[in-house]
Design a protein around this ligand. Structure first.
Ligand SMILES: [Fe+2]
Ligand SMILES: [Fe+2]
Length: 273
């Protein structure tokens, strides 16, 4: 069981940052911006899914999850709030978040649906985030040219995603969620996540005036498919989710703990789960 600490990040997000805050790179900035735009809606959904899943457990089985659920909710609520501040700056830069409202509309369709479906969707998304987090922590030097505040923001978020990657999955299993639905949701989530991320990245680049620049897509290709590319390195861990005996804990790494230990000056713990 994970002991999830909620941390307040000590970075200033009221002071504007450059449009190409990610090392002067238009594609990477637009891509990370797109992800951030999905977080407030997405993470609220994960919180609701985990809370409702917890409530659906019989009373005698809730105890094992109580502290972990509280920590999960605290961490995701903090992420939402901080990415909200980040997104406010993007709005001032003239970018328009279309992903968030589209996701909100889709998620409305799930009202009243069995909490295991909510958890199946959340567990799939959390696997995505965990893969992405691991990639980011491993390749943190790719963020070296970034605005230092934002590098901290993304690595802190990654570290906490790695910490709580099992919560939704374990609740799904505890409620008797099936393997068939788990992988069905993973297929759907993969399609929606990738197409939405691409769509919002293009939207951001278009408003930034860099969509039709050769340099933008050259950088995009190496960022996604290069030797250390995000998609290239994520394919294998993504596939693991389809195995019968998959569990998020099987991928062991100390990168999250290491980052948190080396960056204690960047946050204050506000409570343990
Ligand atoms: Fe998060
Ligand atoms: Fe998460």
């Amino acid at each position: 069981m994970a002991d999830l600490v909620v941390r307040r990040l000590l970075i200033d997000l009221e002071t504007p940052f450059a449009r190409h805050w990610c090392g002067g790179d238009a594609f990477r900035s637009a891509f990370f911006n797109a992800l951030s735009m999905s977080f407030p809606v997405g993470e609220q959904f994960f919180i609701d899914a985990v809370r409702n899943g917890f409530k659906a457990l019989p009373a005698d089985r809730q105890e094992r999850f109580r502290a972990e659920v509280q920590g999960f909710v605290g961490q995701e609520a903090t992420h939402r709030r901080i990415h909200g501040l980040f997104n406010n700056q993007l709005e001032k830069q003239g970018l328009v978040n279309a992903w968030g409202p589209r996701a909100q509309k889709r998620l409305k369709l799930l009202e009243g649906v069995d909490p295991r479906h909510w958890l199946g969707i959340t567990a799939a998304n959390e696997h995505f985030t965990a893969i992405f987090a691991e990639w980011m922590l491993k390749n943190h030097d790719l963020l070296d040219g970034c605005d230092a505040r934002l590098k901290t923001l993304w690595l802190w978020h990654s570290a906490e995603e790695a910490e709580h990657k099992c919560t939704a999955f374990d609740l799904y299993q505890a409620l008797g969620g099936s393997h068939a639905w788990r992988i069905t949701w993973m297929r759907r989530v993969t399609f929606i996540f990738l197409s939405e991320a691409l769509r919002q990245t293009i939207n951001n680049l278009r408003r930034d005036g860099t969509l039709w620049k050769w340099r933008t897509w050259k950088s995009g290709a190496s960022f996604l498919f290069g030797r250390r590319g995000l998609l290239r390195q994520s394919y294998q861990p993504w596939r693991e989710y389809f195995r019968d005996d998959f569990h998020p804990n099987q991928r062991v790494s100390d990168l999250s703990q290491r980052w948190l230990a080396e960056n204690v000056g960047q946050y204050t713990p506000v409570g343990a789960g």
